[in-house]
Design a protein. Structure first.
Length: 285
């Protein structure tokens, strides 16, 4: 496994793989790797890709009061995980390598970046879209792998890749969960034991919502109220950013549950903000 810190060196290394007729698979991460990230790496390796993983805590997607300074950076362990799972090259740039002193060019994806997390994290998706555009240009992958847990991020990246004609395929991979249903996240390590226990209510509420829809309930307000009741019963809940049922493609609120919808939640336990979601396709009923 090769560890590379500069754009120039990475391009040379990946170019050699492409010239050898290898398919370039790419897994962009901010490190603090867990089984969710590993599932993306394994998916890429399973398809026979030349696997590139980036580890970069992107400062432009953090707000001024968010956790950039304390975001976990266990690089040594991350590199061990990558090596154990057959990664070919790990790109580990610093901020100076990725951004000029004064960055004048940014990528904005309108509309789908505005609801849900976009309302509570202004500028977040501009940072996400910009860094992914940069990484796509640097790595030039044939396939990029992202987890469904970050559903809005996935939608933004897919739309950006399509609108800007990036010659790659963006693959959505299922959310990986603990046995009790909690979606894996690098931020789970912030949770106290009580918060960790209480946070399982998010997935439990999503399952309940799914059951209600399967039973024929079509009023999103009724289902949102039930989700809220389940989550607010948690002792260590500090706040709820949103509970939304939206069109799975446009991410706009729906007045009636039909077609394919995304049930999305963002809630805080202590100071830790957790997100989760579930897609329900009513057309399959």
């Amino acid at each position: 496994m090769k560890i590379i810190k500069t754009i120039k060196s990475l391009r040379v290394f990946v170019s050699a793989a492409r010239n050898a007729a290898r398919t370039i698979g790419f897994v962009p991460t901010m490190g603090a790797l867990h089984r969710g990230h590993i599932s993306l790496i394994e998916r890429s390796g399973k398809h026979g890709d030349f696997v590139v993983v980036s580890i970069f805590v992107n400062p432009t997607q953090f707000g001024p009061k968010e956790d950039l300074a304390k975001y976990p950076r266990p690089l040594r362990n991350d590199l061990r995980i990558c090596e154990d799972h057959g990664v070919d090259v790990v790109f580990v740039p610093d901020a100076e390598e990725m951004y000029r002193e004064e960055e004048l060019t940014w990528v904005n994806v309108d509309k789908i970046s505005e609801p849900l997390c976009g309302r509570f994290r202004p500028g977040h998706f501009r940072g996400v879209a910009t860094v992914c555009a940069k990484l796509f240009n640097i790595v030039q992958p044939d396939v990029a792998y992202f987890g469904q847990k970050d559903a809005q991020q996935l939608a933004v990246i897919k739309r950006m890749a399509a609108d800007l004609n990036f010659p790659l395929k963006v693959i959505s991979c299922p959310t990986v969960r603990e046995t009790d249903g909690l979606a894996l996240s690098s931020r789970n390590r912030y949770l106290s034991p009580q918060q960790r226990k209480d946070a399982t209510c998010i997935h439990r509420s999503l399952r309940t919502a799914h059951e209600m829809i399967e039973a024929g309930r079509t009023n999103p307000k009724t289902i949102v109220a039930k989700i809220r009741k389940i989550i607010t019963a948690a002792k260590s809940l500090s706040s709820i950013d949103y509970i939304s049922i939206v069109d799975a493609d446009t991410l706009r609120d729906v007045s009636r549950i039909t077609g394919k919808v995304l049930i999305a939640i963002a809630a805080r336990f202590g100071s830790t903000r957790l997100i989760d979601n579930l897609t329900v396709d009513c057309r399959a009923r």
